[in-house]
Design a protein around this ligand. Structure first.
Ligand code: GLU
Length: 482
């Protein structure tokens, strides 16, 4: 039997980071098994429908490299709003065999019932307005007359629903206290429970992989599978994602901590999809080695459900930044330059691709986010606009202008303009002037880049080139003076 896994978001907003983690685990499991990854849109709740959510979901999945094999945008009829007739057909089947019934309770009656602390269970159902308490002809007449009604599933008189979750292990839920679930709402739309079960069955889903918040729905689903005479798929509930300080990572707590909520925000902030995928994979899954950095392909090979931890995973933005740095290194200068070229050109005008590659060779391994190329490392593309005041205060001494001018003279004369030669020349100059090398290095760096931190000074100077360096050094000596 070939593995089929679905990601089943509700298009009620943009894809959030927890949603992408779920999609990723579905995808990785499908790929690890040579199976199929489906996208299904659970859009029956029209009151919460967001028109551009579907497009955002597919765009984000594509950006993350999660290739969808079957989905509504690929021609499959996987939008629940277009499948209402199917759900009604199965509700009818349940009605026919007595596993579901019509109920006509008004909102007030339901409120009153809840007010008394009751659930709509096998005792209460005999006190409410439904097919248990009304004669058959009245039920039919009321339906024909269009009286508002729902269809409820009859929770059987069994005590406990048991299943083995592929992540959580054996789970037992007491049926006691469970409402007779509404499966068709008064507007004729199915509820999540019915549509979800019918679709998972009809779409041949073998493994339901979803967030832990759905665990409490699973017994209802198992009862529906039983009532419909179907074999339930394997269930796997992924651990909660916690905020860095503990507690569930909610939209609000994320916003407070400056953690982007939507996947599109990570994309806009310039995270590499490979890094986000790697980071998210380790929010709940762990390999059997100490390896942390994985390409998507490696994850597809290594992933197994039995290495998904049942305990919650903590979201750590610094860790994501670390992964981003690792992946920028893995991607290498050619790929990174391909990804940043447009941004660089938009900021600085036409840039020689070979020059961009040389810059990346020097700073690539230091970059955490690729956009640093146009912020932190802008000095490779234009003269520094100012000299970092704190750096000047600390590093620019009375003799700095003289030393920097002298080094500019040297730069103009050295035969080969390469890092090794430049370093020797600087050390020779320092020795001749009887000062420590740092006395020259720091002001030169400030003069050439405007800042005190950065990559190897001599590699940086080599990339900037002879004329640029000489001109920047002389200008700084003049501007900063003594
Ligand atoms: N539509 C549900 C969601 O928004 C799907 C839950 C499930 O995977 O069953 O997450």
């Amino acid at each position: 039997m070939s593995v089929r896994v679905r990601f089943a978001p509700s298009p009620t907003g943009y894809l959030h980071i927890g949603g992408l983690r779920t999609a990723l685990f579905c995808y990785l499991f499908a790929r690890s098994q040579g199976g199929t990854f489906l996208l299904r849109l659970e859009d029956t709740d029209r009151s919460r429908f967001v028109a551009d959510a579907e497009e955002d979901i597919t765009t984000c999945l594509e950006w993350a490299g999660l290739v969808i094999d079957e989905g509504p945008h690929l021609g499959a009829d996987y939008r629940q709003s277009a499948r209402t007739a199917l759900y009604r057909q199965y509700a009818k089947q349940l009605l026919d065999v007595g596993r579901a019934y019509y109920a006509f309770d008004t909102p007030e009656a339901l409120r009153e019932m809840r007010g008394k602390g009751r659930t709509y269970d096998r005792e209460t159902r005999h006190k409410m307005r439904n097919a248990f308490t009304l004669p058959e002809h009245a039920v039919q007449a009321w339906i024909v007359a269009g009286r508002p009604h729902v269809v409820r599933m009859r929770i059987p008189e069994r005590n406990t629903v048991r299943f083995t979750d592929a992540v959580k292990g054996p789970v037992a839920f007491p049926v006691h206290g469970l409402d007779d679930q509404v499966i068709i709402k008064s507007d004729g739309q199915p509820t999540y429970h019915l549509a979800n079960v019918v679709d998972d069955h009809l779409m041949g889903i073998t493994h339901v992989i979803r967030g832990e918040e759905w665990l409490s729905s699973t017994p209802k689903h198992i009862l529906l599978y039983n009532a419909l005479g179907w074999e339930p798929p394997v269930m796997a509930h992924l651990p909660l994602i916690l905020s860095p300080h503990g507690g569930k990572l909610s939209k609000r707590s994320a916003a407070r901590l400056g953690i982007p909520v939507n996947v599109r925000d990570y994309r806009q902030q310039g995270y590499e999809p490979e890094a986000l995928v790697n980071f998210l994979a380790l929010l709940g899954w762990h390999p059997d080695t100490a390896q942390e950095v994985f390409s998507r392909e490696a994850l597809e090979q290594a992933f197994t459900l039995d290495r998904v931890a049942p305990s919650p995973a903590r979201f750590d933005l610094d860790k994501l930044r670390w992964f981003n740095q690792q992946h920028l290194r893995l991607l290498g200068p050619d790929e990174v330059s391909r990804r940043i070229r447009a941004q660089v050109q938009a900021s600085f005008g036409a840039v020689d691709p070979a020059y961009l590659l040389r810059v990346l060779a020097v700073v690539g391994a230091r970059m955490v986010l690729r956009k640093e190329i146009i912020t932190t490392y802008a000095y490779f593309f234009r003269d520094p606009e100012e000299y970092e005041p704190r750096g000047v205060k600390k590093r620019w001494k009375a003799d700095s202008a003289g030393l920097v001018r002298a080094y500019a003279d040297t730069l103009e004369q050295v035969e080969a303009f390469d890092a090794g030669v430049l370093e020797t020349a600087l050390r020779d100059l320092a020795a001749a002037r009887n000062v420590g090398a740092g006395r020259v290095i720091h002001p030169v760096r400030l003069a050439a880049s405007g800042t005190t931190a950065g990559p190897s000074l001599f590699e940086m100077l080599e990339v900037l080139g002879r004329e640029c360096c000489a001109q920047r050094l002389r200008r700084a000596a003049q501007v900063l003076g003594t």
